[in-house]
Design a protein around this ligand. Structure first.
Ligand SMILES: Cc1cc2nc3c(=O)[nH]c(=O)nc-3n(C[C@H](O)[C@H](O)[C@H](O)COP(=O)(O)O)c2cc1C
Length: 316
């Protein structure tokens, strides 16, 4: 598969996330990663915090994701995102359902203004010399399922790849992603189509690729605390099963993620992030509730190291 001119050997895409977790997942088999979305307007205002989110990771092809609804601002934002990050491609968010974003006409709000969305794609294409991709949903709600018309317009406007999350904006993250709808998008476009939504394990990944005919898949929530899911998917594609590393090795990877996060954002933010991610790393580990409680009050890297040591000592 190719994103514009970029050859993608391994079309397993990690959903937009922070640099620390992208670094870990790229090492463990994600072929493409994407930064968490940043506001094109905030980039133009020179917001330092926004710029930091765009740090490119090693080990994978990496896209910078931007959002906004003004073609000129998005075009300049895309140029700045590239200057700051050195990323390989620009991804435009047309799928975020959060009211603050979507109700202002950004993110999934763009699915209600397809002509404007197309203008944004062509403005960004004209402004940068890297591939430009978009990520969208099926539509605003079940009465407005315009994904076929919408994705065709994006292709015509110059998009180099579309990722479709098989839900509407109204569904947020509930219900079931409609992979058949994604298959219809794949059937009508010439550019690569990436399927997203509810890929929970290797078996689901293989099923989704078969059902949609998509060129690749994007995995979001199932990666949380489980960056090994990419190895599992790669094994499933070869018809093999996959056994995750032992708990001690998994916790070592978790600690490395939190150290990278500290390096990126400092101890305070790293600990707040670790409160979520550490608990995810313990999902399914028997007798871990005592430690999950401790994780909710992590304040220092020393706290992280202590809990990690105790977990490895006491649990399997
Ligand atoms: C906490 C969280 C943050 C997300 N942030 C973004 C984002 O910045 N950009 C984006 O395109 N999608 C974002 N998403 C949506 C995911 O990329 C993905 O479309 C969605 O989770 C469905 O895929 P899944 O079923 O594999 O999780 C986010 C999802 C979650 C749960």
């Amino acid at each position: 598969m190719k994103i514009g001119t970029i050859e993608i050997e391994n079309p397993l895409i990690l959903a937009p996330t922070d640099w620390a977790f992208r670094t870990i997942c790229a090492r463990l088999g994600a072929g493409v990663t994407v930064t968490e979305m940043v506001s094109s307007r905030a980039l133009i205002y020179g917001d330092k915090k926004t710029a930091k989110l765009l740090k490119k990771n090693e080990g994978s092809v990496c896209g910078a994701q931007i959002f906004g609804n003004d073609p000129a601002v998005m075009a300049r934002g895309a140029q700045l995102a590239l200057e700051i990050s050195g990323c390989d491609f620009i991804d435009i968010n047309m799928g975020c359902p959060m009211p603050k974003i979507a109700n202002s006409g950004d993110g999934c709000g763009l699915m209600r203004t397809p002509e404007l969305a197309a203008e944004i794609v062509s403005a960004v294409k004209n402004a940068v010399d890297v591939p430009v991709t978009i990520k969208c949903r099926l539509g605003w709600d079940k009465g407005n399922l315009n994904f076929l018309d919408f994705t065709k317009r994006m292709e015509d406007a110059g998009a180099d790849m579309v990722t479709v999350h098989g839900r509407t904006r109204a569904m947020l993250y509930s219900g079931v992603a409609d992979w058949d709808a994604i298959g219809k998008v794949k059937a009508q476009l010439h550019i690569p189509v990436i399927a997203n939504g509810d890929i929970t394990d290797g078996e689901a990944a293989v099923k989704c690729l078969k059902r949609t005919g998509a060129d690749g898949i994007m995995v979001g929530r199932s990666t949380f605390g489980d960056p090994w899911i990419f190895q599992e998917i790669l094994a499933a594609q070869r018809g093999e099963s996959y056994t995750r590393p032992c708990l001690a090795d998994r916790i070592a990877v978790a600690v490395e993620q939190f150290q990278l996060s500290e390096q990126d954002h400092g101890e305070h933010v790293a600990c707040l992030e670790a409160r979520k991610h550490f608990a995810w790393y313990l999902r399914g580990v028997s007798h871990s509730s005592y430690y999950k409680n401790q994780i909710t009050s992590l304040n220092t890297m020393e706290d992280i190291y202590r809990v990690a040591k105790d977990v490895v000592r006491d649990l399997k």
